[in-house]
Design a protein around this ligand. Structure first.
Ligand code: SAH
Length: 217
C-alpha cells in the first residue's frame, strides 16, 4: 500500500515540466493538462524505461506496440471535447495511459484492445490505480463496439488508411470521432456528426501511429 502511494507521488516535478511543455506546444484544455499532471505515466510503461516516462516521446510496450507520445494523447483528447457524462469508446487500449486520461474526464469510458496480453495488463494497471472504466474489452475494434453504441465520442489510437464506416454509424448526433488517417503517416482527423447522414470533417496536421488492424473473419 505504502509502495503504491510512493510510486504515485514519484516524479511530480517531471510531470509538471511535461505539463509546461505541452502548454508551450499548444495544449490549452485545463482538464487535459490536469490529467497529465496527475497520472503516473511511468506505471504504464516498462520499469526499465521509468526515467524516460515524462519525456514527450512514444515508447515501446509489449506486442511491438507503443505508448503514444504525451503530446499526441493530449492533442487527441482535447479534440474530443469530452464532457463528464458522455460515453466514449477508445479503440486501441495499449498501455492504458490514454484510457486513464479519459477516465478522469468521463465516467463512461469503454476501451477495446486486440492483443490479449495488452488487454490484460492494461486492465490490471488501470484497476490497481483506481481508474474507473465501464468496460475493458478484448477484441477487434475496427468495427467499433456495437452493443454499447451510440457514443458521444470515439477515439482511435492507431493509424487507419480509411475511416471505417461502421465507426461513424456508432456516433450519436453531435458525436465526435478523432482518428489518425493514413498509411505510413497520418493526418489527425476529426468528424462531428451534425445530423443522421451529415458529418463535418476537419484536419489537424501530421502524426505517426502504429497501424489499426482488422482481424480476419
Ligand atoms: N492508447 C495507447 C496506444 C497504443 S498503440 C497507448 O497510448 O498506450 C495502438 C494500439 O491499438 C495497440 O495496442 C494495438 O494493438 C491496438 N489496435 C490496433 N488495431 C486494433 C483493432 N482493430 N482493435 C483494437 N485494438 C487495436
Amino acid at each position: 500500500m505504502l509502495d503504491k502511494f510512493l510510486d504515485l507521488n514519484k516524479h511530480v516535478g517531471r510531470r509538471n515540466q511535461l505539463v509546461k511543455k505541452l502548454k508551450s506546444k499548444g495544449i490549452t484544455s485545463d482538464i487535459v493538462l490536469y490529467a497529465i499532471s496527475k497520472i503516473p505515466r511511468h506505471l504504464f510503461m516498462d520499469k526499465a524505461l521509468e526515467e524516460y516516462a515524462y519525456n514527450d516521446s512514444a515508447y515501446p510496450i509489449d506486442e511491438e506496440q507503443t505508448i503514444s507520445q504525451p503530446f499526441t494523447v493530449a492533442f487527441q483528447t482535447q479534440l474530443l471535447k469530452l464532457e463528464k457524462n458522455e460515453k466514449v469508446l477508445e479503440i486501441g487500449t495499449g498501455s492504458g495511459y490514454q484510457t486513464a486520461i479519459l477516465s478522469l474526464i468521463s465516467n463512461k469510458v469503454y476501451t477495446i484492445e486486440r492483443h490479449h496480453k495488452l488487454f490484460k495488463k492494461s486492465k490490471k494497471t488501470l484497476s490497481s490505480l483506481g481508474y474507473r472504466v465501464k468496460k475493458n474489452i478484448f477484441g477487434d475494434g475496427y468495427d467499433g463496439f456495437l452493443s454499447e453504441a451510440p457514443y458521444n465520442a470515439i477515439l482511435v489510437t492507431a493509424g487507419s488508411p480509411i475511416i471505417p464506416k461502421k465507426l461513424l454509424n456508432q456516433l450519436s448526433i453531435g458525436g465526435r470521432i478523432v482518428i489518425p488517417v493514413g498509411e505510413k503517416k497520418q493526418i489527425m482527423t476529426r468528424l462531428i456528426r451534425t445530423d443522421e447522414n451529415k458529418f463535418e470533417r476537419e484536419s489537424f496536421g501530421e502524426f505517426r501511429f502504429v497501424p489499426l488492424l482488422k482481424n480476419k473473419k
